[in-house]
Design a protein around this ligand. Structure first.
Ligand SMILES: Nc1ncnc2c1ncn2[C@@H]1O[C@H](COP(=O)(O)OP(=O)(O)O)[C@@H](O)[C@H]1O
Ligand SMILES: [Mg+2]
Length: 307
């Protein structure tokens, strides 16, 4: 099947964010896959070239494989809107909203979507009150970062662990959240188009939340299917779609959540431009649903839109 009708496609990759390296991996994987399916796709790194050149160069649509600030936060989406170039994934509103974990939680709470209890904190926060509110352990994280950057699990407050954790998170963002620690099975729900794909269970090596581990460790195990009872799998997928839609998200994305042993679960965040390397999670879920990586890329690209 020819996909030449899609015209000249820019795969936006790289960019200036902290997640540049991962974005280049995603972008190159997408580029290869689209070409394999007959799409006239070209790499486009907004660090090297001005986005405004896209129209001059005759691009008909854009596949956004940028992660983190700038590419995932609504700014690139806004630029593409202005240029009138259809792009993949969420629009300006959902991209900006999902980048902000605090405001994401406010919307979810208003809509009855479960998310961990939290407080917005700063360096003057009283650790005793915080622990009285949220218990121990607790998680401290910057509201607007990704890839577990700046996240600390605080297990005691003997020395000023809370203060240290807040200072660490504050290096990345003025807005810092403390959350109750949710003990349970880590899951991720992939959304493509109008459907939720099979859940993936992530089994990280004990107690590790850092960047290197999550992305490059061989010790992290991924289970898809996740091994949950059908009813639970179904209920979580359904609510993932609701959590996605209430944020005005569209096209595709991935939600992180934790399932407690009592059967309840809490959504942590929505990623509107998740990883797209051959080893990434959305491609893994697609594979479990019988969708090969190149077809997944084409399906996401078909959903490209403006407005
Ligand atoms: N409230 C929480 N309870 C337990 N673990 C958490 C909590 N918040 C974050 N984590 C852990 O940290 C990881 C990253 O957190 P997340 O909120 O998804 O931010 P990001 O992926 O954008 O860095 C999660 O996948 C999970 O392992
Ligand atoms: Mg996450």
């Amino acid at each position: 099947m020819s996909n030449a009708w899609m015209g000249k496609v820019a795969v936006l990759m790289g960019g200036p964010s902290a997640e540049r390296e991962i974005s280049l991996m995603s972008g190159n994987a997408v580029l290869g896959a689209l070409r394999e399916r007959g799409v006239d796709a070209h790499p486009f790194d907004p660090v090297e070239r001005d986005l405004w050149e896209m129209r001059r160069d005759g691009y008909a649509r854009a596949f956004i494989a940028l992660h983190g600030r700038y590419g995932e936060d609504g700014t690139v989406q806004g630029a593409l809107e202005t240029l009138g170039i259809p792009y993949t994934g969420s629009g300006v509103l959902a991209s900006a909203l999902a980048m902000d974990k605090w405001r994401t939680k406010l919307v979810w709470i208003a809509a009855g979507i479960p998310t961990p209890r939290f407080r917005v904190v700063d360096e003057a926060a009283d650790p005793v009150r915080l622990v009285a509110d949220l218990g121990l352990p607790l998680i401290v994280k910057p509201a607007r970062e990704g890839s577990t950057i700046g996240i600390t699990k605080v297990s005691s407050v003997d020395r000023d662990e809370v203060g240290d954790a807040i200072a660490e998170a504050a290096k990345h963002d003025r807005l810092v959240l403390a959350e109750e620690f949710v003990e349970g099975r880590e899951l991720t729900a992939s959304i493509v188009g109008e459907r939720a794909l099979p859940l993936i269970r992530i089994e990280a090596p004990k107690g590790n939340y850092d960047y290197e581990h999550k992305y490059f460790s061989d010790e992290t195990k991924y289970h898809c299917p996740a091994g949950l009872p059908d009813a639970v799998e179904h209920a979580i997928r359904e609510q993932s779609l609701a959590a996605f839609r209430i944020l005005a998200a569209s096209g595709w994305g991935r939600l992180d959540l934790i399932l407690r042993s009592d059967g309840s679960w809490s959504f942590l965040e929505l990623n509107t431009s998740p990883g797209m390397t051959g080893h990434s999670l959305v491609p893994m879920a697609a594979r479990a649903a019988g969708i090969a990586f190149p077809d997944l890329c084409v399906e996401i690209l078909r959903g490209a839109h403006v407005g």
